[in-house]
Design a protein around this ligand. Structure first.
Ligand code: ADP
Length: 260
């Protein structure tokens, strides 16, 4: 073996090793950035309700407690902020389980038409407050059997329907359509609401991303709903997409595996 060849081989090996390490380091740096961002977002989300609670309690201690006309109001506001903290913590638990990949899907065969009807029933009051109609695009007399984690898919449809109401317009409508794709079914949730600006569309599935922060918080949003939805659909090895036009409306569509 020539000396020159050995040098070449060794330097090539070293090169590959260095490249590998560089990649590893940049990956670790990305993870670190991601972790910092996540922590920053979480503490920011938690601060608002906590400071609100502090304000209400201080007002009560300051004398409002003695006034029966206003003490109830402050207690009710405290309760509302506590409920908000609970939903943030629940969503955080869910997303960290999903991201850690520890989630086990409990797949079963069920009728998708029934599941959507259950979601409609549960969200009826919310929809009625905004005079929004929840309906199917046509009547589905026959069952649509799918195999999936029923509870998780219930959550997916709920999140999409709740968004369609929250970001929908007064007296608008939410429509669910099933499209047959042979071995799969495409479920579309459409509204005729405010829509999403084109440049924001690719970002709506990111955690804590909101087009309009104050609007989302007013509606009780945590900014985690769509990130959770996407994780659940991907855990099923299926896909989700969105199309939207400002002031016209939004359609979210996801697929599920059909069974007979
Ligand atoms: P949030 O808790 O803020 O609703 P999501 O993750 O569910 O969080 O949604 C992220 C953002 O995407 C929302 O804040 C909103 O700006 C936008 N969005 C979601 N669904 C719709 C919809 N149907 N119409 C318009 N905008 C929507």
């Amino acid at each position: 073996i020539e000396y020159g060849n050995i040098v070449e081989v060794v330097s090539r090996e070293v090169d590959t090793w260095v490249k590998g390490k560089t990649l590893e380091i940049s990956h670790l740096k990305d993870l670190e950035k991601y972790r910092k961002e996540f922590l920053g977002n979480v503490s920011h989300e938690l601060k608002t309700p906590i400071f609100n609670i502090q304000g209400y309690v201080l007002t009560l201690l300051d004398g409002a407690l003695e006034d029966p006309k206003i003490n109830r109001k402050y207690l009710e506001r405290t309760e509302k902020s506590i409920n908000r903290l609970i939903s943030i913590v629940e969503d955080l638990e869910e997303i960290s389980m999903l991201e850690a990949g520890v989630l086990k899907l409990a797949k079963e065969r069920f009728n998708l038409v029934f599941l959507v009807e259950e979601v409609f029933e549960a969200q009826e009051i919310r929809a009625r407050d905004k005079k929004i109609k929840l309906r199917f695009d046509t009547s589905y007399d026959k069952p649509i059997w799918v195999k999936a984690d029923k509870q998780k898919i219930y959550q997916v449809i709920t999140n999409l329907v709740v968004n369609s109401i929250n970001y929908g317009k007064e007296s608008g409508k939410t429509t669910i359509t099933f499209i047959d794709l042979m071995d799969r079914v495409l479920v579309e949730v459409s509204d005729n609401g405010m829509g999403i600006p084109t440049k924001e569309i690719p970002r709506v599935f990111e955690r804590f991303y909101r087009v309009d922060k104050s609007r989302s918080r007013d509606q009780g949003g945590t900014g985690l709903g769509l990130a959770i939805v996407k994780h659940i659909i991907e855990a099923h090895e299926q896909s989700i997409n969105v199309r939207s036009s400002v002031n016209e409306g939004t359609t979210f569509g996801f697929t599920l595996k059909r069974v007979v």
